[in-house]
Design a protein around this ligand. Structure first.
Ligand code: HEC
Ligand code: HEC
Length: 397
């Protein structure tokens, strides 16, 4: 967790203007429309069977195949059937709020970035990866992605041509695909549009029951409230998964909580014995990145993974970077009893395991259930319509 954190009690919301009088409806800019079409287009994968949305589908914006069978399908299957990635697909929702990957010198911690290990700085950088990843969309080259977008059989062709022209002044029909400078530039624009789409209200809805509670429009049940109190208190969850509104990046606006401080920790999750992952090498997370390893001779980042948002968490099983936990009860049980000898297999990475902020919590089974009841209030779409809260969307681009 991070040391200095500005946070506000929910009672201050009204005074600070977090409650919106007339929230604007979800509306996409032309660039976001382009990004949305690309995000949902299966034609942009090797076997024309996979889009970003395949592994990041609303309402959870994670892999629905895995959520339907979280005890077995802990990682996602790629466009080439039978090939699986090495990590659990996180939600793409709310990822837009992650700051650039950076070293916070005051706190002595890495913060931000995209992916479980923060290796992409922005959503745009992130979006360039999956098309070319052999265990994801498996396209052979950037050029192949652009050709698939401009393919006369692509049902989106007309929309792509119109939007590439109106947004970027690029004529998709007459690109010189032999020119790598052109290909690189247009591929960048495509990724930028996808990243931009991920910043809109569809992925950043703030319409959970908890948001209605913060807005004073609904009460939590007794058990949900007990769960919230545990979350902020005895169970220590809010040390990393911030649950109170805070000052937004602009230094003025109030942000509803994102349930993450975007820092990195080693929770001591065991190595997966699932057949899809068992044979994989040890995953060192942040400290396993070559660039970080070079800066970190003492190995202080080994085994650390990003604190992820808990918004929509009930919809995105399994849990943890390796999908070790099939249910929310499983992972809360882990937080409760981690570190007690004999309770769990040893951590996959023994270095830097955080024992100060989790483990040995002494929660009763009933309290575990209350925490899960609270986590279940974080799914968007509690009521139809716009968020009851006013909030700044992430800045563009
Ligand atoms: C085959 C499944 C699959 C496909 C297809 C896929 N992703 Fe992902 N996505 C993942 C996995 C797995 C991770 C985590 C990988 C890691 O951390 O190393 C991830 C991570 C992310 C993240 C980071 C979220 C965070 O909180 O750090 C974003 C954003 C994202 N993907 C968006 C996209 C976009 C945009 C596309 C299409 C261009 C896409 N994904 C295609 C599986 C997939
Ligand atoms: C010390 C910081 C810290 C504390 C305290 C903490 N978490 Fe986490 N949480 C993390 C990190 C880091 C991850 C990702 C770890 C990984 O996958 O290796 C995570 C992951 C999760 C996930 C899985 C997310 C996903 O998309 O797979 C859930 C659910 C969760 N935490 C809930 C809780 C609850 C409930 C508590 C309190 C009982 C709690 N956390 C306390 C840091 C923390």
């Amino acid at each position: 967790m991070r040391l200095s954190k500005l946070s506000l009690a929910p009672v201050a919301l009204l005074a600070l203007g977090l409650i919106s009088a007339l929230p604007a409806a979800a509306q996409l800019t032309p660039k976001q429309e382009l990004g949305k079409a690309l995000y949902f287009d299966q034609n942009l994968s090797l076997n024309k069977n996979q889009a970003c949305a395949s592994c990041h589908l609303p309402p959870g914006w994670a892999d629905p195949r895995n959520a339907a069978d979280p005890a077995n399908l802990v990682v996602s299957e790629g466009s080439i059937l039978g090939l699986f990635g090495g990590r659990n697909a996180p939600s793409s929702a709310y990822a837009a709020f992650s700051p650039f990957f950076q070293w916070d010198a005051a706190a002595g911690l890495f913060v931000g970035g995209q992916f479980w290990d923060g290796r992409a700085n922005t959503l745009k950088d992130q979006a360039k990866g999956p098309f070319l990843n052999p265990v994801e969309m498996a396209m052979p080259s950037k050029r192949a992605v652009l050709e698939a977008a401009a393919d006369p059989f692509n049902p989106n062709l007309l929309a792509y041509q119109t939007l590439f022209m109106s947004v970027y002044r690029v004529d998709l029909a007459s690109l010189d695909l032999n020119n790598t400078i052109v290909v690189d530039a247009v591929y960048d624009l495509l990724a930028e549009a996808i990243g931009d789409f991920e910043k809109n209200r569809e992925l950043n809805a703030f319409t959970s029951k908890y948001d209605y509670y913060l807005a004073g429009k609904v009460r939590l049940s007794g058990n949900e409230l007990r769960g919230l109190q545990l979350f902020n208190g005895k169970a220590k969850c809010a040390l990393c998964h911030l649950s109170a509104p805070a000052i937004a990046a602009d230094g003025v606006s109030v942000m509803p909580p994102l349930f993450t401080d975007f820092t990195y920790d080693n929770l001591g999750i065991p190595k997966s014995i699932n057949p899809l992952l068992a044979a994989n090498p040890v995953d060192f997370g942040l400290g396993g990145r070559a660039d970080i390893a070079a800066l970190d001779p003492q190995g202080l980042q080994l085994g650390k993974f990003k604190v992820v948002t808990l918004r929509n968490i009930a919809l995105t099983a399994p849990y943890g970077h390796n999908g070790y936990f099939a249910t929310l009860t499983d992972i809360v049980n882990f937080y409760n009893t981690a570190g007690i000898p004999g309770m769990w297999p040893p951590p996959e990475v023994p270095h830097n395991v955080n024992r100060a902020e989790l483990g040995n919590l002494g929660l009763m089974p009933m309290q575990v259930a209350h925490l899960v009841a609270f986590l279940n209030t974080l799914s968007d779409g509690y009521r139809p319509g716009p968020s009851p809260l006013a909030f700044p969307l992430p800045p563009l681009p």
